[in-house]
Ligand binder design. Structure first.
Ligand SMILES: [Zn+2]
Length: 221
């Protein structure tokens, strides 16, 4: 005897290609459902969805039972997980036609996920260009860049801010010059970007300090 197919059992495979972990989904008709994420090295994870019977309260102690198919539940969950992040939103969850996803279904999902991640990175790039403020880069955008293996300046700005030793304003780690007071915080780096002349910068700085504390006679006097 042949084994029963998924369709005959009334189950559907919800496939997830993203390593993102979601909190359990809740529905009144089945309670709580955890959507599996692939373990490292796995291309995808399957969560088997079963159909169930919902009970509708008609009032006056009358209820009506109704059947919800596995496909309807799976479609609903996939829509919810994929669809909360704007245009083209896709987070790697789809309902397989069969018990196991086909190569075509998987490659299509990979393409859609990458497309969406690239659009997130593009939006973050624009935001960064405009504001240079890491506050405006979302976790979703950071994750997209990491998953695409992209190096972005806005990826590394969540480090704790330090205080400028001169003016005590918050400064980003690794900056050469304090943007509030102009203090040179990293002379070597500042010189590298032409903010201070190289080589003689140290001597010049100390000469300036000397000049400030003890005015030298003007040349030609
Ligand atoms: Zn400062």
């Amino acid at each position: 005897m042949a084994t029963a197919t998924a369709a005959e059992l009334g189950t559907v495979s919800l496939v997830n290609i993203s390593t993102e972990k979601w909190p359990p989904r809740h529905r009144t008709y089945f309670g709580s459902l955890e959507v599996r994420s692939p373990e490292p090295g796995e291309p995808y994870a399957i969560t088997t969805i079963r159909g169930c019977t919902g009970v509708m309260d008609l009032g006056d102690k009358r209820t009506m039972e109704y059947r919800i198919t596995a496909r309807e539940i799976a479609d609903d969950i996939a829509r919810e997980l994929n669809g909360d992040s704007g245009e083209g939103s896709f987070h790697g969850v789809f309902v397989a036609a069969g018990e196991l996803p086909t190569a075509a279904e998987l490659s299509d999902a990979c393409r859609r996920l990458e497309e969406f991640q690239r659009s997130l990175v593009k939006a973050a790039d624009l935001e960064w260009e405009r504001t240079k403020n890491p506050m405006f880069i979302t976790d979703l955008e950071r994750r997209a860049a990491r998953q695409l293996g992209l190096e972005k300046p806005w990826l590394y700005d969540l480090k704790p801010l330090a205080d400028c030793p001169v003016c005590a304003e918050k400064i980003k780690p690794g900056v050469a010059v304090c943007r509030s007071c102009g203090a040179i915080l990293d002379r070597e780096k500042a010189a590298q970007y032409g903010l201070v002349p190289p080589e003689k910068s140290r001597r010049e700085a100390s000469a300036k300090q000397d000049a400030a504390s003890k005015p030298l006679p003007e040349a030609g006097e």
